[in-house]
Design a protein around this ligand. Structure first.
Ligand code: HEC
Ligand code: HEC
Length: 512
């Protein structure tokens, strides 16, 4: 009996041992991996944009999806100005004209306006949104506070300088784990083992490879004069994404640099009173707002599958309604009243009845290049071939592009908020409105771009100051390719008016 008992006991304890082993094995082979996988997945598969309720904050700091395809790891973005200061014109991204808001930017983790953040592939990644090219600041005097305007051309932001900074830094020996990780730890505190030994070294290597590839593909920029602040070659980036043979393009296509435009009042820009679509973009190659916005996102690295349509939709809805900001300085009403009939006679057919009423026979249509006579580089850079390729974008999606077309001139656009849209013309070749009313030979042939102090007399930004507190402004030379300031001149364009009439017209345009 006792024997049977101890047999039973042995059997029980064997079973218990077996059960224990089973649970250990089960734990090791199933539960632990599942927990680890879940933890890793929640880290590496999470795709979480930082979001904002207030539309202005969403515009300034919200994501449109660009981080997924093109985002830089947040901490690498943060430390690169310390790693490669020699490739920046001054301290930090502010030296490239990026705008930091006091108080706010710190809350965004030290990110400037126009840079958004998203947790993706296990890291916080950052990238540009619409605001980086479509917002700026104005100061009354050098010592006054800057006021920020959303939806206006980012006249101070040097995108070309930004691209050069990143690609030059990537080619520098200091763009390596040995330099970047210690700098991150100096600023962010100690990294976890996973981040220190795996995540960042991999991210740095991938980023370096990608930037060097971009540097190679962006070689066409060596043939172009520097864009300077407030400008970008709009469509060459798209040609690169479509693998156009950039080194074989005809010379007319080498330069296509254009100013950033304002993007308010998109609702009234959709259709003319007679129901016809307005042709927009500088050359009027698009008449469909949603496509324009998706193209804008595409041009900044948001590839079709990664675009965040809901986030862009919020921006779209907002710029449909957004009004142009009122002129913040005094207006001489009497003088302005004298300008009104001059505007009505000379300008309104092409540019609209006023800053809020866009009716006019020719508004939203294209004036042929022979008639307008302005620089044709931007027009010629947009080609039939590119139209064909853009029409394949988003193929298979209901919102496939179908509204791009080749035109033969520049569009007659509304002049809403024109006081804030200097320098003028599609290539930003004329510093002030008053200068635009002079024939080309009397317009400044060289001037500085990038300053935000306002010239209330001539309407535009002060353009004869070379630097401020060590920050250098960009010397724009109208003799370079794509930079001509000719055209939009002759009797029909008001350049034959008397001085008094021109002064009155400028005063009137402050009210737009
Ligand atoms: C890299 C700078 C840049 C970014 C970022 C950018 N844009 Fe633009 N945007 C431009 C330029 C340059 C043009 C003018 C293109 C041309 O005609 O050559 C433009 C044109 C436009 C226009 C047409 C304006 C008109 O009246 O013709 C709209 C609308 C617009 N952008 C909206 C957006 C939106 C919405 C976003 C964000 C999803 C965005 N943009 C992001 C540079 C940018
Ligand atoms: C025949 C049509 C036409 C007439 C008339 C005309 N313009 Fe223009 N305007 C244009 C076109 C087209 C452009 C764009 C040219 C370019 O950028 O190359 C333009 C550009 C401008 C710009 C620059 C807009 C910007 O955002 O940079 C201003 C300012 C302007 N015109 C003011 C006037 C004024 C003031 C008058 C009247 C004295 C006038 N225009 C008469 C067609 C016209």
């Amino acid at each position: 009996m006792s024997e049977t008992n101890s047999d039973l006991q042995r059997a029980y304890s064997a079973r218990a041992r077996w059960m224990r082993r089973f649970w250990i094995l089960f734990g090791l082979s199933v539960i632990v991996p599942v927990v680890v996988a879940l933890a890793l997945a929640s880290r590496f598969l999470a795709d979480v944009p930082v979001t904002y309720d207030k539309i202005e904050d969403h515009f300034k700091y919200g994501s449109t999806g660009g981080e997924r395809a093109s985002g830089f790891p947040y901490w690498i973005w943060r430390v690169l100005p310390q790693i490669c200061p020699q490739y920046l014109p001054g301290p930090g991204y502010a030296s490239l004209g990026m705008l930091y808001e006091e108080g706010k930017s710190e809350a965004q983790g030290g990110l400037p306006v126009g840079v958004s953040r998203r947790r993706n592939l296990g890291l916080d990644r950052v990238f540009f949104n619409c605001a980086v090219c479509h917002s700026n600041t104005v100061r009354e005097r050098p010592d006054s506070a800057a006021k920020m305007y959303l939806g206006s051309p980012a006249s101070g932001f040097n995108l070309g300088g930004f691209e050069s900074f990143y690609t030059n830094c990537a080619a520098d020996p200091k763009f390596s784990t040995a330099f970047i990780v210690p700098e991150i730890e100096a600023q962010a505190g100690k990294l976890s083992m996973l981040d220190h030994y795996i995540v960042y070294p991999v991210a740095i290597a991938l980023m370096r490879e990608r930037l060097l590839m971009l540097r190679d593909r962006f070689k066409f920029r060596d043939r172009q004069p520097d864009w300077g602040p407030g400008r970008v070659d709009t469509f060459s980036a798209s040609k690169i994404l479509f693998n156009f043979p950039m080194d074989k393009l005809p010379k007319e296509e080498w330069v296509g640099t254009a100013d950033f435009p304002s993007i308010w009042n998109q609702g009234p820009r959709r259709k003319r009173a007679d129901g016809q679509q307005m042709q927009l973009h500088w050359d009027g190659n698009q008449d469909h707002m949603e496509e324009r916005n998706k193209n804008a996102a595409f041009g900044t690295g948001t590839l079709p599958p990664t675009i965040d349509l809901a986030a862009i939709g919020r921006v779209e809805a907002w710029i449909t309604e957004l009004r142009a900001p009122a002129y913040p300085f005094p207006v001489n009403e009497e003088l302005a009243a004298r300008g009104a009939p001059i505007y009505a006679e000379y300008c309104s057919a092409c540019h609209g009845a006023s800053g809020s009423d866009f009716s006019g026979d020719k508004v939203g249509f294209v004036t042929p290049i022979e008639a307008i006579g302005t620089d044709r580089a931007r027009l010629d850079s947009f080609t039939y071939d590119l139209v064909g390729n853009l029409s394949t974008l988003y193929a298979g999606y209901p919102w496939r592009f179908q509204h791009f077309r080749k035109t033969y001139g520049y569009a007659n656009m509304p002049l809403d908020g024109i006081w804030l849209r200097a320098p003028y013309l599609h290539n930003g070749s004329v510093p002030s409105l008053r200068d635009l009313l002079e024939p080309a030979r009397k317009r400044p042939s060289r001037f500085y771009r990038g300053y935000d102090v306002f010239d209330q007399k001539n309407l535009g930004f002060v353009s004869n100051v070379a630097d401020e507190k060590g920050r250098k402004f960009f010397l724009y030379d109208t003799s370079l390719s794509g930079n001509s300031n000719r055209g939009h001149e002759g009797k029909a364009y008001g350049t034959d008016l008397s001085d008094a009439d021109k002064t009155a017209l400028v005063e009137y345009l402050k009210k737009f």
